[in-house]
Design a protein around this ligand. Structure first.
Ligand code: HDE
Length: 705
């Protein structure tokens, strides 16, 4: 008998089973599909139709849940096992599909089919990442960015697993676990995550002078990119091209963003992390889904043994670059990212990059870091993906035929035909299995190797400071100021003064002014210089190393935050929107309330964001257009005041139109507006503003230079 407390039985038919097909915005593809199925009916993993997905099976209306409810148990069982280990480094990432198109045949240099002829297209998948943070960390950490590309070539996958910085912290892979342990959360407390600004990282870095060059890049604005779409990529190591005749040349790979390089400033990065921790992934997703496909040109630096021998540094040392001024970067193709993933886990999380994936025509060198990576990447995939058959996952599977005698294993999805599963065998036809390709296979470059077996660091790897100095001296004043400020910030977060001092002592070997400015910023006396393992080699500054020196005059791919108050001149709003869109930018309308603002002509302009949720750090430039009533309302709104103050502090070009005086005043900017604060109320003003935003930030406001 039901008691008084008994609740009425819930709906017998669940919403999911009854209404799902009508509710779906897409084609139902978000449901897990059984083979060949486009079934609108919810099923178990084994295909049985599910009667009710809202109520588990119970004895009596309020009784215990029954073990025989296999559909419920299967659902919970699967859920309990949803997570796989995140990557030990580069855990946080985002990716997309694309295509690489070769500009010219490189067959004189390499037999790699990607470079076979002009116009040749090869499918790609790219994953960008931060290094130190966990999967759920924020995008704008000061960190190196991974830039890993899988080319599905017709002779097997080529994984170019690079970074957005062309050098690395260490010279030998045996130090990689130490490096990573030093930068990750400290093991006794579990913080800080996603940052190098703590004792253990700088302890390690200061004790490993070979990392100095990389720390300069890491302290530069390269480590806080505006967008994945606006950063370079590098293969880092020296690789080898091998042509059909078996002749080899050294090669370094470069990705150059078509939108040009751009970074944010540190104070902005800190705030973006709070306002939108997904800033970079959202940016990539938005651009691709809007059809604004990001592109990079692939460049190669090709050089022979004679250059390598004459070069002041060892080309096998990953803490060194080959300056573009010495070996120009030759553009050989363009990659376009044109498709977002359908499922983040299936594709971005399960993609398995491996440096050892090289097709015929591309080979390794003896860079000890690369040699170590060639072991690590295969090993790590087994840990993460749990089966030796991870190469069968759609995102990892080669697009060319695959035929081998490896068998079975967890989650084998291919039904391998044939009788013989060994080589050699004497079977014929389809029973005999694949045969070796011989000279058509991946033939290793026949390098001569000799010498005693020893644990030793070659003398040619000893110079840790000359290229660090070259990098610093190649930066503009503003960029040097940012590097100094970053060292001061990071070392200032170290609680152990001896660590700060040891790092500054190393920096004296890079540049005396750099060390003095960092010491001054830290409020400490300048320590004696540490002993360098090798004397400095004089290097010419390399203009290619500066971001600002190479800035592209464009607003393409950038975003305007258009803050509109009630009574704003409708024509002025339209002009700004049109001008910025024509310049290749996007416009996001912001108002005091997300419902929008009423313009001078009485129309309602819908807003994408309320100002409280859209701080100006999310935009490359801002415009405020308002009538008198709206102007006062904005001045009274703290988020609107911050919007303007921050835009000014971050050196952004600002457009102002209508009744903005009260807001300017409340933002503390009265009397401070400069020539990058433009009046945009008139047609001429809007034109001047659109022309100005293609240019640099207003660096004259930057006092750190
Ligand atoms: Fe990696 N690195 N790495 N690394 N790395 C990994 O592989 C490793 C290094 C890079 O988006 C891991 O699948 C060693 C240099 C990228 O999935 C792991 C050494 C460069 C990604 C690993 C290095 C990179 C990784 C972790 C020192 C720039 C992300 C998860 C010898 C050229 C790929 C994984 C993605 C990921 C090992 C140094 C780039 C553990 C041992 C130098 C972009 O295998």
């Amino acid at each position: 008998m039901p008691t008084k407390k008994q609740k009425p039985a819930a709906r017998a038919t669940s919403r999911a089973t009854k209404d799902a097909p009508q509710d779906h915005i897409g084609n139902g593809g978000e449901l897990h599909q059984v083979a060949g199925g486009d079934s609108p009916v919810l099923t178990t993993a084994h295909g049985a139709p599910v009667q009710d997905d809202n109520n588990s099976l119970r004895a009596g209306d309020r009784g215990p849940t029954l073990l025989e409810d296999h559909a419920f148990r299967e659902k919970i069982f699967h859920f309990d096992h949803e997570r796989i280990p995140e990557r030990v480094v580069h855990a946080r990432g985002y990716g997309a599909h694309g295509v690489f198109e070769c500009h010219e045949s490189l067959s004189d240099l390499t037999r790699a089919s990607v470079f076979a002829e002009a116009g040749k297209q090869t499918e790609t998948f790219v994953r960008f990442s931060t290094v130190a943070g966990n999967l759920g960390s924020f995008d704008l950490a000061r960190d190196v960015r991974g830039f890993a590309t899988k080319f599905y070539t017709d002779e097997g996958n080529w994984d170019l697993v690079g970074n957005n910085i062309p050098v690395f912290f260490i010279q030998d892979a045996v130090k990689f676990p130490d490096l990573v342990h030093s930068v990750k959360e400290e093991p006794d407390r579990g913080f800080p995550q996603a940052q190098s600004a703590h004792d253990t990282f700088w302890d390690f870095a200061s004790l490993m002078p070979e990392s100095t060059h990389m720390t300069l890049w890491q302290m530069s604005d390269r480590a806080i990119p505006r967008s994945f779409r606006m950063m370079e990529g590098f293969g880092v190591h020296t690789f080898r091209f091998v042509n059909a005749a078996g002749e080899g040349t050294f090669v370094k790979f470069h990705w150059k963003p078509v939108l040009g390089m751009q970074s944010v400033v540190w104070n902005e990065a800190v705030k973006i992390n709070g306002a939108d921790p997904d800033f970079h992934r959202r940016d990539l997703f938005d651009a691709i889904t809007a059809g604004d496909f990001p592109q990079w040109e692939l460049g190669v630096q090709v050089f022979d043994d004679a250059f390598a021998d004459a070069f002041d540094f060892d080309v096998l040392d990953a803490t060194k670059i080959v300056p573009e001024e010495l070996v120009p970067v030759r553009t050989v193709g363009t990659m376009t990212l044109n498709r977002v993933v359908d499922n983040v886990f299936a594709e971005i999380e399960q993609v398995a990059f491996m440096t050892q994936n090289v097709p015929p025509g591309i080979d390794f060198t003896n860079d000890p870091l690369l040699q170590g990576r060639n072991f690590s990447y295969l090993d790590t995939q087994l840990k993460r993906l749990g089966s030796t058959n991870f190469s069968q996952l759609p995102v990892n599977a080669p697009r060319c035929p695959v035929a081998h005698f490896q068998r079975d294993g967890h989650m084998q999805t291919s039904t391998q035909p044939g009788r013989a599963a060994y080589e050699p065998n004497s079977f014929t036809g389809s029973d005999r299995g694949p045969r070796e390709a011989g000279p058509d296979g991946h033939v290793p470059f026949p390098e001569q190797v000799e010498g005693p077996t020893r644990r030793i660091r070659a003398a040619s790897f000893r110079d840790h400071y000359s290229q660090a100095r070259q990098f610093f001296l190649s930066q503009t004043d503003v960029e040097q100021g940012h590097i100094v400020a970053a060292y001061v910030f990071e070392l200032g977060k170290c609680e152990i003064p001896a660590i700060r001092a040891r790092m500054v002592a190393n920096l004296r070997n890079v540049d005396e002014s750099l060390a003095a400015r960092v010491a001054d910023g830290l409020g400490m006396p300048l320590p004696a210089a540490s002993e360098a393992a090798a004397p400095l080699v004089e290097t010419e500054p390399s203009p290619a190393l500066s971001i600002l020196g190479n800035a592209k005059e464009t607003f393409e791919g950038r975003k305007l935050g258009l803050l509109v108050g009630d009574g704003a001149d409708a024509a002025a709003v339209k002009r700004v929107q049109k001008g910025v869109t024509k310049a290749g930018g996007t416009v996001e309308v912001i108002a005091a309330k997300v419902g929008g603002a009423t313009l001078s002509d009485g129309t309602l302009l819908e807003a994408k964001q309320a100002v409280a949720g859209a701080p100006s750090v999310l935009y490359d430039t801002v415009v405020v257009l308002t009538g008198p009533a709206g102007g006062q309302a904005l001045a009274d709104e703290p988020a609107a005041r911050d919007f303007l103050t921050d835009a000014f502090t971050h050196y952004k070009v600002i457009g102002l139109g209508g009744s903005t005086d009260a807001l300017v005043d409340a933002a503390g900017l009265a009397g401070k507006l400069d020539d990058a604060c433009l009046a945009v109320g008139t047609a001429a003003g809007a034109t001047a503003y659109v022309a100005r935003i293609a240019g640099p930030r207003q660096w004259s406001r930057d006092l750190s230079a």
